[in-house]
Design a protein around this ligand. Structure first.
Ligand SMILES: [Zn+2]
Ligand SMILES: [Zn+2]
Length: 343
């Protein structure tokens, strides 16, 4: 058996070395956790549409950068001063990758809106690699009953829909519409149903009607063949419309589907403007709100709720070495519904 004479870097990572660059599978030294950080042996990392920021470029990103903010793995080394987490413990890291603890939002305890929020895969290397280092304030404990592959998408797609809905003001039995039956929407429908809402799923075309009902929707509205806002009005108007598909045009068309005091809750990220007239907001006291993810404790709530109610992401797995293919599959919009990299 041949023995390598030169030292081989002992782990694989999928990195982007410049904005717009392709995924490169590289070998790197296993990183060492500094004070207040842990090293995680990554088991699974979800591929999220927001990884496009790392792939295509975003102000402040230092390249090369390893994307990934839906990370689950096992703590295998503790940095100095870490006492509340243990080696061998299974943890997750989501969009909230750490707060500064000093800005005005943090001083108010509103860590979610930290002005200097760190995001894994953007501020530091994320989960598209075999080992990653994360600060303790980014860690969420993973319940026994969820596999690492199942838990990963709950750390961004899951928490985003769960948290947006539970803060939306909708009460049990209210009509809640979920726009988009995709990576976020298929989880949003499940959470909305388990929260006790009457759920109207809105998709383009008839393909996802049966699936939406299986996920818990009591009504399916095909926005291609009908006017979705009018359909919602026939049902009394929506208390909340959770807008998950990143189409500002589709969101704009739904504003007139809101009931009195209804709210369009926006979680699908797009750079195009949502168009709405003041009249559309004034009559019926309608509002539009955005929502971004949540803290690691919100992640733990999401995971616990999923454990209690059976909410699960639908997943396609892909090995780390094929990160480029997994990413392309996610971008194609054809994945059913979340792509998860396995190590
Ligand atoms: Zn994400
Ligand atoms: Zn802060």
């Amino acid at each position: 058996m041949a023995v390598a004479k030169t030292a081989i870097a002992p782990m694989k990572a999928a990195q982007i070395s410049k904005p717009g660059g392709d995924f490169e599978i590289v070998e790197r030294e296993i990183p060492t956790p500094v004070e207040g950080h842990v090293r995680i042996k990554v088991q699974a990392c979800g591929v999220c549409h927001s990884d496009v920021l790392t792939k295509e470029g975003w102000p402040g990103i230092q390249y090369p950068r390893v994307p990934g903010h839906e990370v689950v793995g096992i703590i295998d080394e503790l940095g100095a001063g870490v006492s509340e987490w243990k080696q061998g413990q299974r943890v997750g890291v989501g969009w909230h990758g750490g707060q500064d603890g000093t800005c005005l939002s943090c001083r108010r305890g509103d860590f979610r809106n930290c002005r200097n929020l760190k995001i894994p895969g953007i501020s530091y290397d994320g989960g598209y690699q075999q080992y990653m280092v994360a600060p303790v304030e980014a860690l969420a404990a993973i319940p026994e009953s969820l596999s690492s592959i199942e838990a990963a998408p709950l750390l961004c797609a899951g928490i985003t829909t769960f948290n947006a809905l539970r803060h939306s003001g909708a009460l049990p039995a209210d009509l809640v519409a979920v726009q988009g039956v995709g990576g976020l929407g298929h989880l949003g429908i499940q959470f909305a149903s388990k929260f006790g809402y009457k759920v109207a799923a809105i998709g383009r075309g008839p393909e996802n009607a049966a699936l939406a009902k299986k996920l818990g929707a009591s009504v399916y509205i095909d926005s291609k063949s009908t006017n979705a806002a009018q359909e919602l009005q026939k049902l009394g108007g929506a208390q909340v419309i959770l807008a998950t598909a990143p189409s500002s045009k589709a969101m704009s068309e739904l504003v007139d589907g809101l009931g009195p005091n209804g709210k369009l809750m926006v979680v699908g990220a797009s750079t195009d403007p949502i168009e709405v007239t003041p009249i559309q907001l004034i009559f019926g006291s309608h509002s539009i709100q955005g929502w971004a993810s949540g803290t690691p404790t919100d992640s733990e709530d999401t995971l616990r709720f999923a454990e209690l109610t059976g909410v699960r992401p639908m997943i396609e797995t892909c090995p780390l070495e094929k990160a480029a293919e997994g990413y392309a599959r996610m971008m194609s919009g054809k994945a059913q519904f979340r792509v998860v990299l396995t190590m």
